[in-house]
Design a protein around this ligand. Sequence first.
Ligand code: GDD
Ligand code: MG
Length: 357
Amino acid sequence: MIYPVILAGGSGTRLWPMSRSLYPKQLISLYNAHTMLQNTLLRLSGLDDLGDPVVICNENHRFMTAEQIRRIDINDFKIILEPAARNTAPAIALAALILDDNLKSEHQDDPVMLVLPADHEIKNIEAFHEIIQSGAQLARQGKLVTFGIVPSSPETGYGYIKKGDRLDNSNQAFMIDRFVEKPDYETAVSYLESGDFCWNSGMFMFKVSAVISELGAFAPDMLKKCRTAIKNGNMDLDFFRVDKAAFEAITEDSIDYAVMEKTDKGVVIPLDAGWNDLGSFDALWQTGDKDERNNVTSGDVLVHNVTDTYIHSDNRLVAAVGLEKFVIVDTKDALLVAPRDQVQDVKKIVTQLKAHN
Ligand code: GDD
Ligand code: MG
């Protein structure tokens, strides 16, 4: 069996003011009528041998998360609640430990986890399903698999994975040399030119036992605190709430650095499936439907002599004249205006806002 584990604890700060602390990116719709979380789950439909999904999110988002899952007619799922964000490694550790406990009692034979961020668009679902099958085969052999996206531009909003040697007997998979989180532009250009790098998709496949064993080897303190957070945690309605003190004592780390870069069992399979993180307004512009002057607009928007621009209005008329490569996002209580090539810095506004509150 393959158990989807959905990471839904991010904050989506680069999409402010569309994404807010109470409505983070994974809980809003960005490219179709469904939210990013719903799309992540719906994208799996048609795969064989899938177990009930496990979703890990912040406790503040529990009701909305559960409601969104039920709305797409998925009624059997687990939600694990974190009292604070500690990045992806502790979230994955919690899911692995809880799956291990639950499935052992059902005598299930060493299941595979399919870890998926809840904030991506993937256009080619068929290619995505195929790579899950290839990933599952390698995961069943004990490998820790990640999907690396074949890069098409020097993005600075993504992490990169340097491919190592080709895996024996595989024309698809490579060993992992290293991860580099969000490089600067010049570095990203050199990575793209070298042909040795993939974008880090944040998707993983491994046996539950394999990831627990590698966490034990490379992040023993984190694993121990996660065990305590579970032991002292409790069911709250339909949610599993981990213990606040034990979880908050964990030092944050990504699974990339905590495990994938250190283990000699890590492999990367390149994926070319129209993947996008939609992490910034520039990404929404790149993937959106464009008018004849390359503008992407949504809501009540009028433009004159505007090119290469992204404009979104939630509820009132927004008009723009004589702009090039801009972003305007108007919501009920906040307005953002920025040149399109600086939108990765929108998160700095969120940092300022948090400092004021
Ligand atoms: N449960 C939980 N807890 N989920 C988390 C946490 C946490 O503390 N932190 C992040 N997540 C989830 C987010 O909801 C998202 O689905 C995913 O993990 C990645 O987090 P983001 O905050 O969206 O990270 P990013 O987009 O800036 O960067 C990551 O993803 C890129 C690809 O989308 C990195 O892994 C990059 O290297 C990568 O290229
Ligand atoms: Mg993201």
